[in-house]
Design a protein around this ligand. Structure first.
Ligand SMILES: Cc1cc2nc3c(=O)[nH]c(=O)nc-3n(C[C@H](O)[C@H](O)[C@H](O)COP(=O)(O)OP(=O)(O)OC[C@H]3O[C@@H](n4cnc5c(N)ncnc54)[C@H](O)[C@@H]3O)c2cc1C
Length: 475
């Protein structure tokens, strides 16, 4: 049996390879058991992606003479039942690293073993296993640069394995019971809010590979400079594919090496380093499993977050109605496409946790529900980093100024004009701070502050001072 989870591909899939090597029929299965991921069950955007990803995986399997069986959890019961009905003796899967799934998998492996079945797990998601990279005192790393240097010393990364040409299936007379059609999982929204997502993404491993190849051929060489510009397609947008395992990091790295040579010294180095941040997030999540809800820096447990008006401010932030254009553009991009540029992720997270003094956990939860790349390791890392309470974090006193960030990284205003069209006619000078525009200019640009577009919900200068005072209390 081949138990698919966050490895929804046939290329470079070690569990598939192990199953294939037995020479017998392979039973590919996906088990729907979101409650086993509690409290981090997939959010709405992730469920949407998962539906199409499973659909694409089934098509790939069918093209190789097999198909995907879909079952409902509990996972252990479903695996046992399927093994009993098909006579399978071994279950192959690729590892996940979030605390709930790890605990579940360990217990499943033990129970299967006690019942005479074998469960074997493999690494499909990471270049480096979190337990293989430790410092001289055999402790996990908490500083990225040291972590990444240790990874680079630990090279080489294993070569990716191509998908087998055929995947032998069960004989036709054996049909597992209680299998479901994909639609029965009800992963797609009942209300039609997903047009923007549909228009933005092609899902599945063929699309992932095509996107990686195009990025490497056309944009990787300029990534170092273009990556910070939310108004340009400078980054790879591979994060949801990596999260769901539609492309393996090993495959991605090997394509980069084919095109650029040494990934640490060539023009590809800045991009490969970002893949390193992804590895670092998994390293931290594995070694500090409480960090999705608790700050790694214990001083922040007593941080004086705002209480007055926080709900109203949180809602304005979620809806892209803060009156601060770069922030609103980012939040609307997120709502519309399920993705947000990394620069704007940092800016919106800084505004929430510093200017508005709203706990980073509230922001992380919103991202969890709305991002198609919502990933417990990277999301926790990103929020704790920006809030200043994580490993190797931006210091708390570094408060991003969204006006200056906008002027620097969206200098022509293309990003803000796209997502906040009500401001499109404002001159560049005022686009990132419409509240400073003279009335005559607002009128000429068709903007009535407070009705067409909100006035800022917070004063950036005084709220920065308030945030620094809060920091003084815990530091
Ligand atoms: C507050 C906050 C929350 C975030 N939440 C997530 C999340 O839930 N899921 C997620 O995948 N990323 C998250 N990130 C990291 C980063 O913003 C995204 O990985 C990146 O924007 C994805 O776009 P891309 O694929 O074009 O990235 P590229 O710039 O093309 O980078 C290539 C890949 O490297 C990895 N990567 C890049 N930057 C980071 C980073 N800072 N941390 C970890 N991995 C990184 C991603 O897998 C990405 O696909 C978050 C960042 C912040 C500041």
């Amino acid at each position: 049996m081949l138990w698919f989870r966050h490895d929804l591909r046939l290329d470079d899939n070690p569990a598939l390879l192990a199953a294939h090597q037995t020479g017998g029929p392979i039973i590919p299965v996906y088990i729907h058991a979101p409650e086993e991921e509690s409290p981090w069950e997939p959010g709405a955007a992730s469920r949407w992606w998962l539906h199409w990803s499973l659909n694409a995986l089934d098509e790939s399997l069918r093209a190789r003479g097999n198909r995907l069986w879909i079952l409902r959890g509990p996972s252990l019961d479903a695996l046992r039942r399927l093994a009993g009905e098909t006579g399978a003796g071994t279950i192959q899967w690729n590892r996940r690293y979030d605390p709930a799934t790890r605990d579940r998998d360990t217990s499943i492996k033990q129970t299967l073993r006690a019942e005479g079945l074998r469960g074997e797990s493999h690494n499909a998601a990471l270049l480096f296993e979190p337990w293989d990279i430790l410092n001289n005192s055999h402790q996990p790393y908490r500083v990225f640069s040291a972590f990444w240097r240790a990874c680079m010393r630990a090279r080489p990364v294993a070569q990716p394995i191509p998908a087998p040409a055929t995947i032998p299936s069960l004989p036709a007379h054996i049909t597992p019971s209680a299998t479901l059609a994909l639609d029965a999982l009800e992963l797609l929204p009942r209300r039609d809010w997903d047009q923007g997502l549909r228009a933005t993404w092609s899902i599945g491993e063929t699309a992932a590979l095509a996107q990686a190849r195009t990025f490497i051929a056309e944009r990787l060489a300029d990534y170092g400079t273009a990556r910070d510009r939310p108004d340009q397609p400078g980054s790879s947008r591979l994060s949801p594919y990596l999260h769901f395992g539609e492309i393996s990091p090993r495959r991605l790295l090997s394509l980069i090496i084919e095109a650029f040579g040494d990934p640490t010294t060539s023009a590809a180095a800045p991009y490969v380093r970002e893949l390193g941040w992804r590895e670092f997030g998994y390293h931290l999540l594995y070694h500090y499993p409480r960090t999705p809800s608790e700050p790694l820096d214990g001083r922040f447990a007593a941080f004086p977050w705002a209480t007055d008006g926080a709900d109203v401010a949180l809602r304005a932030w979620q809806r892209g109605q803060t009156g601060i254009p770069l922030v609103d553009a980012g939040m609307r991009e997120l709502w519309h496409t399920g993705w947000m540029h990394n620069r704007t992720r940092m800016v919106v997270a800084s505004l929430l946790t510093k200017n508005l003094l709203i706990p980073w956990q509230d922001g992380a939860r919103w991202f969890w529900d709305t991002l198609v790349d919502a990933d417990l390791a990277s999301n926790t890392l990103g929020w704790q980093w920006t809030a200043g309470c994580g490993a190797d974090a931006a210091p708390y006193f570094r408060v991003f100024n969204p006006v200056l960030q906008g002027q620097r990284f969206d200098p022509d205003g293309g990003y803000v004009r796209r997502w906040c069209p009500e401001l499109a006619r404002l001159p560049d000078k005022y686009l990132h701070q419409p509240w400073t525009a003279p009335q005559a200019i607002l009128t000429a640009s068709g903007v009535r502050l407070g009705s067409d577009y909100p006035r800022p919900i917070v004063d950036l200068a005084t709220s920065r001072v308030r945030a620094l005072a809060a920091w003084e209390q815990v530091k």
